[in-house]
Design a protein around this ligand. Structure first.
Ligand code: ZN
Ligand code: ZN
Length: 306
């Protein structure tokens, strides 16, 4: 339970209440969870609150293994009516993966394909956001695409762009992450060149500026990394206007994109093992989340049974 900024406690709480109870096998962690720990998050309830949103477990009622999707769009608001449920004005967030049990609306649940490991299936949540970002990018075969940032999201984006047939360059300062990108099949460099398509996966103002600076005239730039809440970013006006840059945000995903991500992980088209890191129990979570990232980009795998 999060009791306030930085105040994470492992404690016995009441059984969660909701439509379907799921006994959790694993929940993977991401930068959103670190943000949630430090500052709270718009998808969380008031303190004290559960968190963790990349969750896989077994349904109590049917014994089926499911990914617990982290949101259910209302289906009726103006945004939902235009087919953009990820922008739903009345979203129900489903969080609480860092626990032994979670309660979820049935509409949030996705069946995990047979043979896919729970830790791999949990990564369908962030991978679905990457699937959505690549769809927003309009990537076409043969396009010269760059990914700025070699964290797990950047690596997922690079892999998906390769599957679309793009020429992919990943940019990061850490040699270990460049080696991971190369292993996926991307070109990996420490410094940005200029490209027809640029996907930003860092979430800092200087990275947003760098992404604009790396765009060739007429390019598309997709901002995937979320900057801190309340952040303002100054961008150069000239390329936005004279170079007709197409700058787009990408946020979240649809249920169909979650299912697509599960298929990509189950088929091996995206190798989740290359992105899986240390397996920890709930007791280690607070310490592991705030550990400074070094070396390879890998996701924490939280197993409440440890
Ligand atoms: Zn996440
Ligand atoms: Zn809606």
């Amino acid at each position: 339970m999060l009791h306030g900024p930085g105040d994470l406690r492992v404690e016995h709480v009441d059984e969660p209440e909701g439509e379907v109870l799921v006994t959790i096998e694993v929940a993977t962690a991401c930068a959103t969870d670190l943000k949630s720990l430090r500052h709270g998050h718009m998808m969380l309830d008031p303190y004290p609150t559960r968190f963790g949103h990349e969750t896989v477990g077994v349904r109590d009622d049917t014994n089926e293994r499911v990914l617990v999707g982290d949101s259910v769009a209302c289906g009726t608001c103006a945004r939902c009516a235009t087919g953009r449920g990820q922008l739903c004005e009345a979203m129900t967030w489903v969080v609480g993966g860092f626990a032994e049990r979670i309660a979820a609306p049935a509409a949030a649940l996705h069946r995990v394909p047979d043979g896919l490991d729970p830790a791999g299936a949990a990564m369908a949540e962030p991978l679905a956001a990457a699937v959505h970002a690549v769809a927003r990018s309009g990537a076409q075969p043969g396009v010269d695409a760059a990914v700025l940032g070699g964290g797990t999201m950047g690596l997922m984006l690079a892999r998906l762009l390769l599957l679309e047939g793009c020429e992919v360059t990943l940019v990061d300062r850490h040699p270990e992450r460049l080696a991971q990108a190369q292993a996926l099949g991307a070109r990996a460099v420490p410094q940005l060149g200029r490209h027809e398509l640029v996907l930003e996966a860092v979430g800092r103002p200087e990275a947003w500026r760098a992404a604009i600076g790396a765009a060739l005239p007429g390019a598309t730039v997709v901002l995937v990394g979320g900057c801190p809440t309340g952040c303002e970013v100054t961008l150069p006006a000239a390329p936005l206007h004279y170079a007709e840059l197409d700058v787009r945000g990408a946020f979240h995903h649809s249920p169909a994109e979650v299912d697509r991500a599960l298929e990509l992980l189950a088929s091996g088209a995206v190798d989740w093992r290359a992105l899986a890191g240390e397996r920890i129990g709930l007791q280690q979570l607070a310490e592991a989340l705030v550990r400074p990232p070094t070396g390879e980009a890998r996701k924490l795998v939280v197993d409440p049974r440890l």
